[in-house]
Design a protein around this ligand. Structure first.
Ligand SMILES: Nc1ncnc2c1ncn2[C@@H]1O[C@H](COP(=O)(O)OP(=O)(O)OP(=O)(O)O)[C@@H](O)[C@H]1O
Length: 252
């Protein structure tokens, strides 16, 4: 079953196209890595899928409907840097915010809400931290809490935007192992400019750099490697085109 169907989509914020002729199909059970250089259009693609912006051309269906209609069925995990570390918020409160309809400040969460939140924290191995302040956690632990928040409404699709950008190598390893387990029950889109995610058990890969290149196998195509290492003609870096010879100083 197709969870996301993007057909021939183009989008520009102003005059220059950010995405052009993009087509992508994400099926139930996929664990898709979306890679690409800075400014390549990854976040823009996410915004289109979430229905926050509309394509200039082409069509997008999410769960067979217009993007946004089934947003409750999507768990979105932002980069952890978006958390205000100075704001007093416990782990439990942070997870409860995942009950999308219950975000009003004066809303009282029920005991059922709280026990569901605790169960969800348990899934990410964080239940013993429920009373701790979010700013007292390590980067990897905080990331797990954000995943718990996204999982609380039991969505079918989880979208993670650069989830490990501030996590150390061991924390990354643990987090990716956790995602591999999660991918057995959820459809996952993992957005990153770190090509190391290819080493995890993803089963599809896409590379976005204005155009979208897709591989139904979990390996980078030659075209993707050229884009990710900045040697491709279509590279949208504003400093101009790179040539592989520029990298001759790098250790072989
Ligand atoms: N709201 C906006 N208004 C105008 N231009 C924008 C806006 N948001 C993004 N852009 C531009 O669109 C292009 C793609 O941005 P986008 O954030 O989608 O890239 P990205 O692949 O997610 O990059 P990064 O890896 O750096 O997060 C960039 O050139 C960016 O400057």
């Amino acid at each position: 079953m197709a969870i996301i169907e993007i057909n021939d989509v183009s989008f520009a914020y102003e005059r220059d196209p950010v995405l052009e002729k993009v087509s992508l199909k994400v099926s139930k059970g996929d664990f898709l890595a979306v890679l690409g250089p800075n400014g390549g259009g990854k976040t823009t693609l996410l915004k289109l899928i979430l229905g926050l912006i509309k394509p200039d051309k082409g069509s997008i269906k999410v769960f067979g409907e217009k993007p946004g209609k089934y947003s409750k069925n999507i768990g979105y995990v932002p980069q952890y840097s978006y958390i205000n570390k100075n704001f007093p918020l416990s782990v439990m409160e942070s997870v409860l915010m995942g009950l999308t309809k219950k975000k009003l400040l004066n809303f009282k969460y029920t005991e059922t809400d709280k026990s569901r939140a605790l169960e969800t924290l348990d899934k990410v191995d964080m239940s013993e931290y429920s009373d701790k302040q979010i700013h007292d956690l390590s980067g990897g632990q905080r990331q797990r809490v954000l995943v718990a928040r996204a999982l609380l409404s039991d969505p079918d699709l989880i979208i993670l935007d650069e989830p490990t950008s501030n996590i150390d190598p061991y924390g990354k390893f643990c987090f990716f192992t956790f995602l591999e387990e999660l991918s057995r029950e959820k459809t996952i889109i993992l957005v990153s400019h770190n090509i190391n995610v290819i080493a995890t058990k993803i089963n599809r890969v896409a590379c976005v750099n204005r155009f979208l290149y897709y591989n139904s196998e979990p390996v980078l195509t030659k075209e993707m490697v050229e884009i990710l290492y900045g040697t491709h003609d279509e590279h949208v870096c504003s400093f101009g085109k790179y040539f592989s010879d520029d990298f001759t100083h790098m250790e072989k």
